[in-house]
Design a protein around this ligand. Sequence first.
Ligand SMILES: Nc1ncnc2c1ncn2[C@@H]1O[C@H](COP(=O)(O)OP(=O)(O)OP(=O)(O)O)[C@@H](O)[C@H]1O
Length: 283
Amino acid sequence: MIEVCVKKELNGSAGRFLLDVDFRINRGDFVCIYGKSGSGKTTILRLLAGFERASSGFIKVGDKFFCNEKFSLAPQRRNIGFLFQDYALFDNMNVLKNLLFAKNDSRLADKFLDIMDLNALKNAKISELSGGQKQRVALARALMRSPEILLLDEPLSAVDLSMRERLQDYLLKIHTELKITTIIVSHDISEIYKLASLVFVLNEGKISDIATPKELFLKQRGSQKLAFNAKILELTQDDGVFIALVLVSNQLCKVVLSSIEARNFKVGDEVILSTKAFGVSIS
Ligand SMILES: Nc1ncnc2c1ncn2[C@@H]1O[C@H](COP(=O)(O)OP(=O)(O)OP(=O)(O)O)[C@@H](O)[C@H]1O
């Protein structure tokens, strides 16, 4: 269990405000911190990592205090792995050496090169890699120290959509295999839906909502009489009724399908959602 109960005054673009959060995360969970730009999401990750100090409160992981009113454990003693938007790799070293720099253990490096499909690139220089490959190396390197907690600060926002989806699959694979407690900051609803089981909504330094992605984003705003581009995130059958969960812009909604439609669609399909008389049709 991670317990975060901290306060810190921040200089926001519209003046000073108090980051004041008190939440718990269960060991092994994959959670998301979601909220407007400047609400304090990155600061929470930096406090967890030990790069910032809170003005009051504590952070406790299991039985161990990371910080309290009296002391703060050094970042290197917190057993945390990071993945940020900029890869922070050593450009002059090859892939393998980047991993060994984190921990000089060739067997472990081979294991992560394997999991991340990087074997063929192990001797390549970082400067020769694509953005998506660099991010896979950065993730493998973050895992080399067997972190207890993995912090991901919008790690996939700089790569294109198809690479982002592949990297999400790697993150899921890592999480399923290693069960590392993972906290991601993301604005991307389909990414949050795919990865996180719980979302903490941060609003001007305060947590305003804690919900599953489905509960949080499944909020309709009145009738929609136009056609929308949408993406199918889930196809389910409930009491014989076929239901598609689709993402429209920043909103999730459910659409009842005929059995023929249900057979023709699959998760990930880009579709058009439109209204037809009183029903919603999908094509
Ligand atoms: N050490 C600090 N002391 C005071 N203010 C800070 C400190 N660190 C960050 N801030 C300010 O706090 C606000 C929140 O920053 P933070 O990076 O946590 O927001 P965020 O929600 O991650 O934003 P974004 O989504 O744009 O990355 C910003 O206005 C930032 O300038």
